[in-house]
Design a protein. Structure first.
Length: 368
């Protein structure tokens, strides 16, 4: 694929090979052609969230057929509440009945839950078959589709079962975002804003000054912001694929408390991005209490999040239950949480051994 392709946002380099991330308008119509460019052959198994059925799946199916791929399609009802092994078994059964082979390719089309679950099925079917992601939510575009993390939930925590399984290609058609409810769009912007907070103050400035334009999707700036956010995620994954260093862990800013809130509320109250936004406020509170940042920065973060209609508190939850749920955080080392905290806008770090009273006070501050 030529580097002159205007829709090429980034190329992610991993131990499993490199893969392009295509971001643009109408790019799903070239899905089959783009997959062919990666050298893939065999049949295509398109697994989509049932809410995408109708025109989006039809266009993807036709694009695959134009690319020369014999294609079968499976619709799934997907959400955090059924992001589990029972649903994965439904995928396994379907692939088995259709005799899917190792040279075939699985395409995940939908939001973050779809990518995580279908990616996990692809990682484990026949010990791993190729997967392509066609994310249709903003959160999946700027975050979860990139980096090869797959997984499903358990009652005790989010994504506790999973595997690293890098895709062959990611195709992001922002026309799909026009079908999203406003609340889901806002939840997606939370992940993009996070990238600005931890690594790119210029991007954060754009989010701060252009909230209204970002939500229209009609101007050039939203597309540029999505591409920049995608590039940031791709660069971090390329430098720290398996989260063994100090780079990829930064992407978990807001996620330790955010995941705990999702667990405590059984994924029924907040969308993922909403929980992350609240988690970012708790993390900012910790950073302020240990002297890394001042209250002005905390207030600025809060104002940016609220300008995208994101929640910054979670009333009527139990602080002790949230803190208990953080003990299952996958980023823990030797039973100690690695907290991702801001040092400045556009600059993040990690800290361990945060005093319990500081964590409790910070969590309580988002519950008032």
């Amino acid at each position: 694929m030529s580097n002159q392709d205007p829709n090429l946002s980034t190329v992610v380099n991993t131990s499993m090979g490199s893969y392009p991330v295509i971001v643009g308008r109408g790019v799903v119509d070239n899905l089959g052609i783009e997959i062919r460019k990666t050298g893939q052959t065999g049949r295509a198994f398109l697994i989509a969230d049932e809410v995408m059925f109708g025109n989006p799946v039809r266009r993807a199916h036709e694009a695959l057929e134009r690319g020369g791929f014999k294609t079968d399609v499976l619709a799934l009802e997907l959400g955090e509440s059924n992001k589990n092994l029972n649903t994965v078994n439904t995928v396994y059964k379907w692939l088995s009945e259709l005799h899917a082979e190792r040279n075939d390719i699985v395409i995940a089309m939908g939001g973050g839950v779809t990518g995580d679950l279908v990616g996990y099925a692809a990682a484990t079917w026949l010990r791993g078959v190729a997967v392509v992601h066609v994310p249709t939510s903003l959160a999946a575009m700027v975050d979860s589709s990139i980096g090869g993390k797959t997984g499903v939930n358990m009652p005790s925590g989010k994504n506790l079962l999973g595997a690293f399984h890098q895709p062959k290609l990611i195709v992001q058609d922002i026309e799909h975002l026009k079908t999203l409810p406003a609340r889901e769009m806002a939840a997606g912007w939370a992940e993009a804003i996070k990238h600005g907070l931890i690594l790119d103050s210029d991007l954060l400035d754009k989010f701060e000054s252009m909230a209204q334009q970002m939500n229209t999707l009609e101007e050039d700036e939203p597309l540029k912001a999505i591409r920049r956010s995608v590039a940031i995620k791709g660069q971090i994954v390329s430098s720290d694929e398996f989260e063994t260093g100090n780079q990829r862990v930064l992407l978990n800013y807001g996620h330790t408390i955010g995941h705990a809130i999702e667990t405590v509320t059984r994924y029924e109250t907040f969308l993922h991005g909403e929980a992350v936004a609240i988690g970012m406020m708790a993390a900012a509170g910790i950073a302020q209490r240990i002297g890394l940042i001042d209250s002005k920065l905390v207030d600025r973060q809060k104002a940016i999040l609220e300008s995208y209609n994101l929640p910054t508190d979670a009333k009527n939850l139990d602080a002790d239950a949230i803190i208990s749920a953080t003990k299952s955080d996958k980023k823990s080392r030797d039973g100690t949480i690695r907290w991702v905290l801001l040092e400045d806008l556009g600059k993040a770090t990690t800290r361990k051994n945060i005093p319990d009273d500081v964590v409790l006070d910070s969590v309580q501050s988002i519950l008032r």
